[in-house]
Design a protein around this ligand. Structure first.
Ligand code: OGA
Ligand code: NI
Length: 353
C-alpha cells in the first residue's frame, strides 16, 4: 500500500501536550502512581450492580423485520447504546484485527514509537489528546488512525509490524463501513427521513480507528482508563478485543457496566447523530475503568460525516419541530472538537441552540 498523504482535502493539524507512556509507567510497578492519574471524584460514583440492567441486543440479520427495526429505534432513543450480533463481519477479520492490535501493543516501546504521534497531527501511537497542563490523565495508550477514505490515510503512522497489520486494517475498516451504512439506512427509516439524504453524508465518511490499550493498575479503583465523554461521531462500533471488561455507560446517574457478548460489536449514538436526529436520539456519556491485574484492549471505529457537508438537524426533522442545534460545516465541527478538552457531552454543549 503506498503512502497517500497528498490529497485535496487536508486533515486538521493541532498541537497536543505530550505525556508519559502509560504501558511503560505501569511496568515500573510503582508503589504510588503519579497524582495526575488519581481521580478522587470516582470514589463517590454509583456503579450499578444490577446484572439485569443491560444494553439492548440487535440482531442485524433480522433487521428486514419490522420488530427488529423498532427495537433498533428504541435502542437508539432510550439507550443510545446497544450490541449487534449476526452483523456479517467475518470472524477471521475480527480475530486477525484483535491479534494484530495485541501484537502491536506487545512490541517493545521503541518499536511502537516508530508510529508515534508527531506535533501537529491527530494520528499515531500515544495518549489521548491532552490540551492543558493541569488536565487529569487517562490510564491508557492508544493508536489512532484514519481508516477511510483511503486517500486520507497517512501511512507514516500505520504499523508494518506485525506485517499483516495494514492489510487487516484495510479489510476491517471496509467491513465496518458496510455495517454502519446498513444501520444508518434503518436509522433514517426509523427517524422518518429520506435514507438517500442521510446516506449521502456517510458514503465517503471519515472513519477513524482508535485502538485503546489499558495496562493493569495496582490502584485500579482510583484511576480511569478513559474519562467520561460522549463520542463526537455519528456512530461508534466498539470491539472488545480481549476478554477483560471495562466499558461503563451513564444511565440515570449510575454507571452501568457493559457485558460484551462474544463476537458482538458495541454500538453507540454519538453527538453527530444526536444533532442530525434533532435530539430524538441521545449520545450517551461513557467511560472505561481498568483492571488491577490484567491488560485490556478495545478497538473503536468512529464514523463521521464526510468532508464538505453540513452538520445540523436533518431538514425533514425540522419542518414542524424547532431546530435544537446549530448547523455548521463538518470542518468547523472537527476543529472545535479537536481543540476542546473532550469531557462530558462537550460538542453537544457547543451545538445546542
Ligand atoms: C473510546 C471509548 C471505551 C472502551 O475510545 O471513545 O469510549 O471501552 N472506549 O475502550
Ligand atoms: Ni468513547
Amino acid at each position: 500500500m503506498e503512502t497517500m498523504v497528498e490529497s485535496t482535502v487536508q486533515l486538521e493539524r493541532f498541537g497536543y501536550l505530550p505525556v508519559e507512556n502509560v504501558q511503560a509507567l505501569a511496568s515500573k510497578n510503582l508503589d504510588n502512581i503519579p497524582s495526575r492519574y488519581i481521580r478522587p471524584e470516582i470514589e463517590s460514583d454509583v456503579v450499578s450492580a444490577d446484572e439485569s440492567l443491560q444494553i439492548p441486543v440487535i440482531d442485524v440479520s433480522k433487521l428486514d423485520h419490522e420488530d427488529e427495526q423498532k427495537k433498533l429505534h428504541f435502542a437508539c432513543k432510550d439507550w443510545g447504546f446497544f450490541q449487534i450480533i449476526n452483523h456479517g463481519v467475518a470472524d477471521e477479520i475480527i480475530e486477525q484485527m484483535k491479534t494484530d492490535a495485541q501484537e502491536f501493543f506487545d512490541l517493545p516501546l521503541e518499536e511502537k514509537m516508530v508510529c508515534a504521534q508527531v506535533q501537529g497531527h491527530i494520528e499515531g501511537y500515544g495518549q489521548v489528546f491532552v490540551v492543558s497542563e493541569n488536565q487529569k490523565l487517562d490510564w491508557s495508550d492508544m493508536l489512532f488512525l484514519i481508516g477511510q477514505p483511503v486517500h486520507l490515510r497517512d501511512t507514516r503512522f500505520w504499523p508494518t509490524n506485525p506485517s499483516s497489520f495494514r492489510e487487516t486494517m484495510d479489510k476491517y475498516t471496509t467491513e465496518l463501513h458496510k455495517v454502519m451504512i446498513q444501520l444508518m439506512k434503518l436509522i433514517a427509516k426509523n427517524l422518518g427521513t429520506d435514507p438517500e439524504m442521510l446516506l449521502s453524508l456517510f458514503e465517503n465518511e471519515i472513519q477513524a480507528i482508535k485502538m485503546n490499550y489499558y495496562p493493569p493498575c495496582a490502584e485500579a479503583s482510583k484511576v480511569l482508563g478513559a474519562s467520561p465523554h460522549s463520542d463526537a461521531t455519528a456512530l461508534t462500533l466498539l470491539l472488545h478485543a480481549n476478554e477483560v471488561e471495562g466499558l461503563q455507560i451513564k444511565r440515570d446517574q449510575k454507571w452501568v457496566p457493559v457485558k460484551p457478548i462474544p463476537g458482538a460489536f458495541t454500538v453507540n449514538v454519538g453527538d453527530m447523530l444526536e444533532i442530525l436526529s434533532n435530539g430524538e436520539y441521545k449520545s450517551i456519556e461513557h467511560r472505561a475503568v481498568v483492571d488491577p491485574e490484567k491488560e485490556r484492549l478495545s478497538i473503536a471505529s468512529f464514523h463521521n460525516q464526510k468532508m464538505g457537508t453540513q452538520i445540523g438537524p436533518l431538514p425533514d426533522l425540522v419542518k414542524t419541530n424547532k431546530a435544537l442545534y446549530r448547523t455548521i460545516p463538518v470542518e468547523e465541527f472537527r476543529k472545535m472538537k479537536l481543540t476542546s478538552k473532550q469531557d462530558g457531552k462537550f460538542m453537544i454543549r457547543k451545538m445546542k441552540l
